[in-house]
Design a protein around this ligand. Sequence first.
Ligand code: NAD
Length: 287
Amino acid sequence: MGTYAVTGGASGMGAATVARLRAEGHAVITVDQRDADVVADLSTAEGRSAAAAGVLERSGGRLDGAVLAAGLGPTNDPGRVHLIAEVNYFGVVELLEAWRPALAAAGKAHVVAFSSNSTTTVPAVPGAVVRSFLAGDGRAAERAAARLGAKNAPAMAYAGSKIALSRWLRRAAVTADWAGAGIRLNAIAPGAILTPLLRKQLDDPATAGAIESFPVPIGGFGEPDALAAWVVFMLSPAADFLCGSVVFVDGGTDAYFRADDWPAAPGLLRVRAYLRRMRAFRPFPRP
Ligand code: NAD
């Protein structure tokens, strides 16, 4: 049995994942701003370092896996844009960086971070939002999101934070520090899942219409426990060959909007860069 850290373990898909892991007999260390083993506010740098340290202390410096589910939705409150940026991007990246040695110590660890299908279904997310996150500048990301107007800023910050997170994860996943240390870094990209986060948006007249009319080919909303089953699978040895993937579980919304965008193989302009990457590749020694 393994030891897993789960952020956002007090609610929704994080809580459903904790329940499944504990039912399988694993030890789980939860992180959340309430009802958790490690209570911390991931919207501040101090909260994030306290969360990272609290988990490391409880795990004895060895983690078989981690699930980064804490997150804020794109509520229509411009005052929350800063919090969305801090929790959804830095609340994942900083914790993973702090936990990396403990994950490496397990020999073969699995990580699942929560992305979102908003990464591909929210149109016109400014590249500056994503670039600012990746450069570590949350305030600049916030400003870039605000350029599209106060009304759009939360959605842009939300989708931008999840795009940046997915990119950071895919870049890191294939490096010596992660793949080379036996750590499988992957993301799940849910669609509309009926959790308290989605209920809040359904209860808000400003956002309810957009959610209810959003195309879901399967129909309805996803169930948190069904998503947790995917996460637990991605943490299992059956997923050992999964590395740097963003797994969409969204009832078909992503396919509906952009069936023909896949595959995105390198076009003529990117062939040189592709060949450079090909020549530069050196396999990591197998543990
Ligand atoms: P949820 O609101 O039920 O759970 C999120 C948890 O994160 C809560 O327990 C909350 O307390 C915690 N959290 C929020 N801010 C925090 C902070 N500052 N410090 C510590 N903990 C904090 O939401 P959910 O729907 O289960 O979402 C889980 C993840 O999935 C999130 O990252 C969300 O962005 C993502 N997601 C959700 C949906 C959806 O439709 N529900 C869709 C796509 C992606």
